[in-house]
Each structure stands twice: as structure tokens, then as C-alpha cells.
Design a protein. Structure first.
Length: 324
């Protein structure tokens, strides 16, 4: 699959996602960025704004086998990764796959599960495999997880551990719709546009090819250095409790590669990384006590931090010259 073909396919995906999901275009772009880069996506928002609809429609449009995990305090790790149960007819223990054994998995209301259950997803998200009773099993490919979480002030929620949050490459929030968008929602309800009837644009093979293409997008040394400086700026800011991890910097690079494919390019521009800082870094950061006392918002702190990091210039001309 070429860059131009991927660009056209992603345009078709955007249109197909709008079949049953109504939301900001930037949310659609972020989940598509996660899908083609292999970065898992966390959607934070109040119930009822279309988080589940978005995930189900995305799986349908991408042509992936879909599985849903409805998290609650009584869900056990074995429900997610699988377990051995005794078969009285065979007189032996047999393995029953868990809910994560799908290509596209929705972990709905992740922060309603206990930390022990949340940790069951860590290996799946990082290594795309699960280990049960000492036996490791690879997950179906291509694997993609999209999780939702309710605001922390809601009843019955648990705070996600930092190690869990750090494995999500991107985060987004749908928000309440405008009057025009809410009218579109009602129209889709009246027309009974359900995710399972949305157009299918991709399949597992096409998505795998797109991910390989994405991984091969050129990233010049100046852009890599810029990404490192952006990550370092979060570690030096007095307005943040701690900075992002090297994993986060790697996620920003991969997301920038996907953004380049999304825009029909085979090379990364510094703007790709800059524009994705809130989506990749934001959910990993916590304001310091000083910043909270000053009534600063995380968005304001990130914006100021990014503005202070000098962005490389002339990248497009340099890449064009190399192509000649």
C-alpha cells in the first residue's frame, strides 16, 4: 500500500465513521492516528456522548473482529486474559480465552475496575500477548485497544495507575455536542444508524500494511531531537509534578508518523509532533501544587511549554532537496 492509497483510505474511514458517530473531527483524527500507528487510545468523558459508538464504529470501519469488556469492580483478571476451567467430560482443565482475545477491544469504563484487574491489560497493551498459568499466548493481529473512563469525580471510579496511563499513546475527549451536532445525533437515532451497519473500508491485511507504511515514514534527526526536547521540557517544568517517560517520547514519534500518512506525506514535519503534544503528553501529566494554587490549567501549561521549545525550520525544503 502506498502513501497516496493510505491517504485516500483514511479519508474514506473519516466519512464512514460519521455514519453513526457524531463528534469533533479532531477526535476522529486522533483515533485514526492511534489505529494506524498501533497506539492505544484512552477516551475520557462523561457517559452518553458517544464513546462506545465511536469504538464500535471504528472496529466495523477497520474490518476488525470486535470485543467489548464492560469493566466494573467485580470483574476479575481472568475474565480479561482468560483462565483454565475444569471440563468434566474431558476430565481435564481447558483454557477459556478472555475478553481481550480480539483484534479491536473496547475496555469500557476502565476506571471502574480495581487496580488488580486494570493490571491484567498491561501485558496485552505493551507486548500484545497474555500469560496465563505460565503459558504465553499471542493476541490476534493487528491488535488495537480503545478504553473509556468516566471523570474521577463520578461515583464508583478508581484512579488509573501511572503505569497504566503511560501505555495509552493518545487521549481525547468528545465533549458535549453543539446544538447542530446534537440534531445530527437525533437524526441518526431516528434513522437507526447502528455501528454494525456502517461501511467497511479496511480489513486486517490492509491495516497491517498501513501500519508497516507508517513505521517506515522518515523522521529526520532534527525532528527526533525536537521530540526529545519537548519531552525534556515537561521534566523541567515547575508547573508539573513529573515529566513524561521515554516511552511517551516514542509514542509522540509514532503518532507524528501516522499524522504524516494522514496528510499524505512520507516524512514527518516538526508541526506533526507539536500539534500532537496535548494528545500524547496531556493525560500523563499532573499539575504541581504551585500551578493549581495559581489556577493554571494543564492546557495552558502545555501551550506555554511548547512555545518555549524552538521548533526546527526549513524541514520541508530539506526533504524536498533530498528527494531531488
Amino acid at each position: 500500500m502506498t502513501t497516496a492509497e493510505s491517504y485516500r483510505k483514511l479519508d474514506e474511514c473519516r466519512e464512514a465513521l460519521g455514519y453513526s458517530f457524531v463528534g469533533p473531527p479532531e477526535v476522529i483524527d486522533r483515533v485514526l492516528t492511534g489505529l494506524i500507528s498501533g497506539l492505544h487510545v484512552l477516551v475520557e468523558d462523561v457517559p452518553g456522548v458517544g464513546k462506545t459508538t465511536l469504538a464500535r464504529t471504528l472496529a466495523r470501519v477497520a474490518g476488525l473482529e470486535f470485543g467489548r469488556i464492560q469493566l466494573s469492580p467485580d470483574v476479575l483478571p481472568g475474565d480479561i486474559v482468560g483462565m483454565h476451567i475444569y471440563d468434566p467430560q474431558a476430565r481435564e482443565f481447558v483454557f477459556r480465552p478472555g475478553a481481550v482475545e480480539h483484534q479491536c477491544v473496547l475496555a469500557d469504563e476502565l476506571n471502574r475496575a480495581s487496580e488488580r484487574t486494570q493490571s491484567a491489560l498491561l501485558e496485552a497493551m505493551q507486548e500484545e500477548q497474555v500469560t496465563v498459568d505460565g503459558v504465553t499466548r499471542a493476541l490476534p493481529q493487528p491488535f488495537f485497544l480503545i478504553a473509556t473512563q468516566n471523570p474521577a469525580r463520578f461515583a464508583g471510579t478508581f484512579r488509573l495507575p501511572e503505569g497504566q496511563v503511560d501505555r495509552f499513546g493518545l487521549c481525547c475527549s468528545i465533549g458535549y455536542p453543539s446544538e447542530e451536532r446534537e440534531l445530527e445525533v437525533l437524526e441518526r437515532v431516528a434513522e437507526r444508524r447502528r455501528p454494525e451497519t456502517a461501511p467497511v473500508v479496511l480489513n486486517a491485511e490492509a491495516l497491517t500494511q498501513m501500519r508497516e507504511l507508517c513505521a517506515g515514514v522518515r523522521v529526520e534527526s532534527a525532528v527526533r531531537r525536537y521530540i526529545v526536547k519537548l519531552a525534556g521540557a515537561t521534566r523541567r517544568s515547575r508547573h508539573l509534578e513529573s515529566g513524561v517517560s521515554p516511552r511517551a517520547a516514542g509514542h509522540l514519534l509514532r503518532a507524528a508518523q501516522a499524522a504524516a500518512i494522514r496528510d499524505g506525506r512520507d516524512y514527518v514535519m516538526p508541526e506533526d509532533a507539536r500539534n500532537l503534544v496535548p494528545a500524547v503528553f496531556g493525560h500523563r501529566l499532573t499539575l504541581s501544587a504551585e500551578a493549581r494554587m495559581s489556577d493554571r490549567s494543564l492546557e495552558h501549561v502545555l501551550e506555554g511549554m511548547v512555545d518555549r521549545v524552538v521548533m526546527p525550520t526549513g524541514m520541508e525544503e530539506e526533504v524536498d532537496a533530498r528527494d531531488e
